[in-house]
Ligand binder design. Structure first.
Ligand code: AMP
Length: 430
């Protein structure tokens, strides 16, 4: 498929939903759900998507990116035709599938639009039954979508719009072959929208191959960490992290917090220990049954869970506006995960605070995070905790357990730690 890249930025000073030629039904729903004006990515994407352009929208979660593709889907699919799906949204995780489906249905109030989420961990029979009854929009993880395609329970021949949401994350977790297999089965004349926090070369190659003259819209802020989020670190021995966490939760008394661990096992272990001391604690990770995960998310959204301990893959898509605190109990394995973790708080301009527990030998990890976000984390202290880590160790090869930038690839040698604009030149390329 031919592909030509253009660059565009949203220029309208103060755009309004009314300027985009949306239907009266959609405008009414937007008012009802309290979306008074479009976010920048919505102002950039909605009119162009309705025009039929293929788009690459570079934006983090928390920017209103879901509605940026959901509104065009709803508008374009207004007239119902047959039972075959006309829009497909591919997402990296089950949680995101549920969330995106929820947002689509919320914005499609008052219409007969049907939307089915397809993801693993749930019996396939129920999904087959829903597909049989007819679905206008499918939101699914690539593996399960392929599963349905191979069973012939999902027919993509009528598709008009395909969305790749959090495309960088889908590639990170190895969905590239699945995505390509799916795209090859989609009608050539479809419209493709790609959303991604970062657009490294593999994403560009995917776009080149499967999109038609895509327009790139860049809504990544200059400083990629959210302005309203205060970011601190503590220096702490691995063996004292739990004690520090208890002290921190007692000191800050968070409204709601996510505590990130690197592995499912560490998530479980921390949950068992913490839940003995703090009520309303739960954990979520990929080894839990889908029903359990759904239940936890439901209770977290309803504010019945206060402290949620999570792994990166599951935690990254969580969109709950009342999250006030992020605690990186373990430093993230990949620099991008730091941005995704921290972005769980400070949603839609609300205030949030993020703490990262850094072991004394993890100075280079801290430096690399700071270079990634182009900003220095402030040191916090609770009596007995807080000595400065060995930043001097941030020289090539000095990191004991380097924070790799890309799965399977060794970390690039960290450059000297500049925190001005120079730091940006050292950004990784996936
Ligand atoms: P997202 O980036 O899609 O995860 O959206 C983040 C949050 O912003 C969600 O809770 C949305 O409901 C909310 N949101 C999206 N668009 C708007 C808007 N135009 N005005 C106010 N809130 C919005």
């Amino acid at each position: 498929m031919a592909s030509k890249k253009k660059r565009a930025r949203s220029s309208a000073a103060s755009p309004r939903f009314e300027d985009f030629g949306l239907s009266a039904t959609t405008l009414k729903v937007l008012r009802a759900v309290g979306y008074e004006k479009p976010t920048p990515i919505q102002a950039g994407m909605i009119p162009r998507a309705i025009d039929g352009d293929d788009l690459i929208g570079q934006a983090r979660t928390g920017t209103g990116k879901t509605a940026a593709f959901a509104i065009p889907i709803i508008e374009v699919l207004e007239t119902r035709r047959g039972k075959s799906p006309r829009a497909l949204v591919l997402v990296p995780t089950r949680e995101l599938a549920v969330q995106v489906r929820g947002e689509i249905l919320r914005l499609a109030q008052g219409r007969r639009l049907t939307c089915v989420a397809l993801y693993g961990g749930k019996p396939i029979r129920g999904q087959i039954e829903k597909l049989r009854r007819g679905a206008d929009v499918i939101v699914g993880t690539p593996g399960r979508v392929l599963d349905h395609m191979s069973r012939r329970t999902l027919d993509l021949r009528e598709l008009e719009i395909v969305v790749l949401d959090e495309a960088d994350r889908m590639l990170d977790i190895g969905f590239r072959p699945d995505i390509e297999r799916i795209l090859r089965q989609c009608p050539a004349e479809r419209q493709t929208l790609l959303l991604s926090a970062t657009v490294p070369p593999p994403i560009e190659r995917l776009a080149q191959r499967y999109m038609y003259e895509p327009v790139s819209l860049d809504f990544s802020p200059e400083d990629i960490s959210v302005e309203t989020i205060e970011q601190f670190y503590f220096t702490v021995e691995h063996s004292r992290k739990f004690e520090l966490l208890q002290r921190l939760l007692t000191r800050d008394n968070p409204r709601q917090a996510i505590v990130f661990c690197r592995t499912k096992r560490r998530t479980e272990t921390l949950f068992r220990r913490l839940s003995k001391q703090f009520q309303q604690t739960a954990c979520i990770h990929g080894d839990m049954s889908q029903n359990n995960r759904d239940r936890v998310m439901e209770r977290f959204r309803a504010g019945k869970i206060r402290y949620l301990i999570a792994t990166d893959v599951v935690g990254r898509g969580i969109d709950v506006t009342s999250i006030s605190h992020i605690v990186n109990f373990d430093t993230p394995q990949f620099c991008d995960d730091y941005v995704h973790r921290v972005g769980r708080t400070g949603r839609m301009g609300r205030e949030g605070v993020a703490y990262t527990f850094v072991a004394p030998e993890e100075g280079p990890e801290l430096t690399r995070i700071e270079q990634r976000i182009n900003r220095q984390l402030r040191r916090d202290e609770i009596s007995g905790f807080g000595a400065v880590p060995e930043r001097a160790a941030a020289v090539p090869g000095a990191a004991k357990a380097p924070l790799t930038d890309t799965p399977g690839k060794p970390a690039a040698a960290p450059p000297p730690p500049p925190f001005g604009r120079r730091g940006r030149r050292h950004r990784r390329a996936l």
